[in-house]
Design a protein around this ligand. Structure first.
Ligand code: HPA
Ligand code: MG
Length: 233
């Protein structure tokens, strides 16, 4: 793995391919082995990634990021809303390393709020519906922190949007990357888990704004999809 930031004069230059794969035939963990909020018990098929495993994997991503950046400052850009838990846990773990090492990464934080999904489908349009002034990113090493790369459509558009603000470099950290034939090939530099092509919720990932209040990453079932379907008339 080449982890030298000196190699990134350009905007993107994937440095990390190591990812933890969850195979298509993995049936997950049954719900009754975990604590699931009562209001979601009937709406989920199984636990795909328990909260503890999410934390352990993020700890390693934090270490990889610190190794790459050394003591170079970054702007960590949280993609709301789905990225907020990953962002918070990742930054906590980077800060822990910062406190305990001879090198440390100075971090500024920024937020951008995007919306593109309705039910389990991308609407094909990403809307920027809030966030900081993106001019702050000019000349900076930007680390985008996102919950999931699914088809890659949202990330592709976000990268195009940010490049216009001329950051010094852009890296992408995505907790999840979906293995799907619909992928446009956009990759993450730091990726937590590669997951099967199922709609997942929990750990701030939503289905029409529901399930963000669930700690584990779970696969939603048909009943859940119907119950929380968007009300189109
Ligand atoms: N779950 C939640 N949000 C998403 C997903 C998913 O599987 N794919 C794209 N946005
Ligand atoms: Mg979402």
């Amino acid at each position: 793995m080449n982890c030298s930031i000196q190699t990134l004069p350009g905007i993107r230059n994937i440095v990390q391919e190591a990812i933890m794969e969850i195979e298509d035939n993995f049936t997950g963990y049954s719900l009754d082995k975990f604590c699931i909020p009562k209001h979601y018990e009937e709406d989920l098929d199984h636990v795909l990634i328990p909260y503890g495993l999410i934390q352990d994997r993020i700890e390693r991503l934090a270490r990889d990021i610190v190794q790459e950046f050394g003591n170079k400052p970054i702007v960590a850009l949280c993609v709301l809303k789905g990225g907020y838990k990953f962002f918070s846990d990742l930054l906590d773990k980077i800060q822990l390393l910062n406190r305990n090492s001879t090198e440390s990464i100075p971090i500024c934080i920024d937020f951008i709020r995007l919306k593109s999904y309705e039910d389990d489908q991308s609407t094909g349009q990403i809307k920027v519906i809030g966030g900081d002034n993106l001019n702050n990113l000019s000349g900076k090493n930007v680390l985008i922190v996102e919950d999931i790369i699914d088809t890659g459509g949202t990330m592709k558009k976000l990268l195009q949007l940010l490049e216009a603000y001329k950051p010094k470099s852009i890296r992408v950290a995505s907790l999840l990357v979906k293995r799907t034939s619909r992928s446009n090939g956009v990759k993450a530099d730091y990726a937590g888990f590669e997951i099967p092509d199922r709609f997942v919720v929990g750990y701030a990932l939503d289905f029409n704004e529901y399930f963000r209040d669930l700690s584990h990453i779970c696969v939603i079932n048909d009943k859940g999809q119907k119950k929380y379907a968007s009300k189109k008339d």
